[in-house]
Design a protein around this ligand. Structure first.
Ligand SMILES: NC(=O)c1ccc(NCc2ccccc2N2CCOCC2)nc1
Length: 246
C-alpha cells in the first residue's frame, strides 16, 4: 500500500517509518510512505503557504496553490489512482470498519492541515473524503494522519507477526479486549486469574471471550446496541453479569 502525506511537517510524519509495526511495514516494503511539503511549492521569496482569512477573524488559512501543486505531484508520483483524504474535525468519525476499508485501497493521499484549516476551494477541487479521528481539536492534521497510517499498516498482510495478530483479532470482533497478564505471577499481593495458569486452552478462550463481552457491556454498551449476540455469547455475558452481582 502506498500512502502520500501532504504536510508542512514531514519530519513529524516520517517518525512512523522509524519504529514499531509501521517502521517494520515500511522496511519490509509492505507500506510505501512519502511526504510532500506545500512550502516546497511556493513561488514567493517568503515561501508563503498561508494568508489572512476573508471575512476577518483570528489566525490564518492555508492557501490553495501550494497545496494544489503538492497534491498534483503526489498524484503523479504513481500511476495508481489515489483516494484523497482530508483529516479534519469536520470529517466522519473513523472506526475500525473505516480503517479496514482504507487499508484495502492500493493508494491514499492524506492532507494534513495547519493554521485554522485550508481554503475550501482546495477541498472542493481535490478532496474525496474528509475523516476525523475523534471529536477534539489538534494543532494540525499530522497526528490524525499518523493514526490513520498506523491503523492501516497493522491490517496490511505481513505487517504483524503471528504474535500480534491475535491482538488484531480481538479488536476485529468489534468488542473491547480482555485483560492481559504476564510475570510475575503475584504483584503487590495481586495474582493472575487461575484459569490463565491452567493451560486449558478451551477454558482460557472461554474466559477471554467472557471478559471481552463483559467489559464491552460495562464500558461501551453502545458497541453492543446493534449487535445480536449468539446463544453462547449471551450465556457468557449473563454469567459475567451474575459474577459481578456476587
Ligand atoms: N479530530 C481530528 O481528526 C482532527 C484533525 C485535524 C485537526 N487539526 C488540523 C485541522 C484540520 C482541518 C481543519 C482545521 C484544523 N485545525 C487546525 C488547528 O486549529 C484547529 C483546527 N484537529 C483534529
Amino acid at each position: 500500500m502506498r500512502i502520500d502525506v501532504v504536510t508542512l511537517f514531514p519530519d513529524l510524519v516520517n517518525c512512523v517509518s522509524g519504529c514499531g509495526v509501521t517502521g517494520r511495514a515500511v522496511e519490509r516494503g509492505i507500506l510505501d510512505l512519502h511526504c510532500w511539503n506545500p512550502r516546497d511549492y511556493t513561488e514567493d521569496r517568503h515561501r508563503t503557504v498561508d494568508d489572512r482569512p476573508y471575512g476577518g477573524g483570528p489566525g490564518m488559512v492555508m492557501k490553495v496553490e501550494p497545496l494544489r501543486r503538492a497534491i498534483h505531484d503526489a498524484r503523479q508520483a504513481d500511476t495508481v489512482p489515489p483516494l484523497v483524504v482530508y483529516m479534519s474535525p469536520q470529517g466522519r468519525r473513523l472506526d475500525q470498519d473505516a480503517v479496514q476499508r482504507l487499508a484495502d485501497l492500493p493508494r491514499l493521499i492524506l492532507i494534513a492541515g495547519r493554521y485554522e484549516g485550508i481554503d475550501e476551494r482546495l477541498v472542493e477541487l481535490e478532496v474525496d473524503e474528509e475523516w476525523s479521528i475523534g471529536d477534539y481539536v489538534l494543532s494540525g492534521g499530522e497526528l490524525a494522519a499518523m493514526v490513520v497510517i498506523d491503523a492501516c499498516a497493522r491490517l496490511l498482510p505481513g505487517a504483524l507477526g503471528d504474535e500480534d495478530s491475535a491482538q488484531q483479532d480481538s479488536f476485529m470482533t468489534g468488542l473491547l479486549d480482555c485483560p492481559h497478564y504476564t510475570r510475575p505471577e503475584v504483584y503487590e499481593g495481586r495474582g493472575v486469574p487461575q484459569v490463565l495458569l491452567g493451560g486449558h486452552h478451551a477454558e482460557i478462550e472461554r474466559w477471554r471471550r467472557k471478559q471481552a463481552l463483559g467489559r464491552t457491556w460495562q464500558r461501551r454498551p453502545d458497541l453492543l446496541e446493534h449487535r445480536v449476540l449468539d446463544e453462547a455469547d449471551q450465556r457468557l455475558l449473563d454469567e459475567y453479569r451474575r459474577e459481578l452481582a456476587d
